[in-house]
Design a protein around this ligand. Sequence first.
Ligand code: ZN
Ligand code: ZN
Ligand code: ZN
Length: 358
Amino acid sequence: MRIFNCDACGHPVFFDSVQCVHCGAALAFVPELLRVAALRTAPDGSAGAQWTLLTDKAASAPRYKLCGHRGPVGQCNFSLPASDPQTLCVSCRQTHWLPDLSTPDNALRWTKIEAAKRQLFYTLSKLGLGPEHRQEQPRFELLADLPGQAPVLTGHANGTITLNVAEADDAERARRRMALHEPYRTLIGHLRHESGHFFWEPLVLRAGRIEDFRTLFGDERLDYGQALEHYYRRDRSDGSWRDSFISAYATAHPWEDWAETWAHYLHMVDLLETAASYSTSIRLPASDGQHPALHMHDPFERGASRDFNAMLEQWVPLTLLANSLNRSLGHEDAYPFATSAGAVRKLQFVHDMVQAGR
Ligand SMILES: [Zn+2]
Ligand SMILES: [Zn+2]
Ligand SMILES: [Zn+2]
């Protein structure tokens, strides 16, 4: 996620900022513009209910209102057009079921999940897959385990993404990460993965690319339940899967392979955008000192080439840098994966499907 600047004073502000820490300007993310903007009360606005962009002084400047989930619980900083009859922003309204928010734990979990969901929303919009581009959007159900009932399984079915809100607890997520021998488990990772299941149907199946998909990922008509059961029983310690898969879990079923590859593609897009917004350039150390400096580019910036090979060329050194920075601080690798040639071919396929679906 890139950084932004305050329209009032130029100080850096973040995607989730609600106020500039430097000058105090009220801030909101404007989905139509895909940016954080400083707001001012519209000249005839009723007690702050309507806002305009600080930078738009015209009398006819578009009016905005703040998402109904702005505030201590929810903490949504998205805005919506003042004329919109809805009270919730485009991201919050995609959540159809919430856990019982009367328990403080659930309120905190929900707030964390919505923050990750807004990050996903941003990337998908940037890729041209957001609600302004296509009507068909995922619905979300954020559910908590209830005593005496079957545990809530995170997953996707018929356009609905279900997330067990326990995944928002750091301790619980770390426990599951170790129990399942996964090197990486994050909220945004879950959401990116599940969004891959959602977009498989429109971008691959209905786009007439199923034969190309099967050539690379295998036949998805394989019994899904059996495949998963087999995956959890199998010994994966030899690591030979690395030649063709982005992660061990990708070996479970062609659909999981696609969703894992999709998630990694979204990691790639977001990390490159972040690095580009800080004007990062990297020169890998070499014994002969000959490596040229690589400048990080935002692949989905307006006018960018979106050349997959250029993305990949920047991605590898960038993950090395991110991992090295993490190790300096005593953290584990930020990106604990190595991208093999087989995994790269699948990433390229995801890139091509995204480009075609724009
Ligand atoms: Zn400011
Ligand atoms: Zn919202
Ligand atoms: Zn999955």
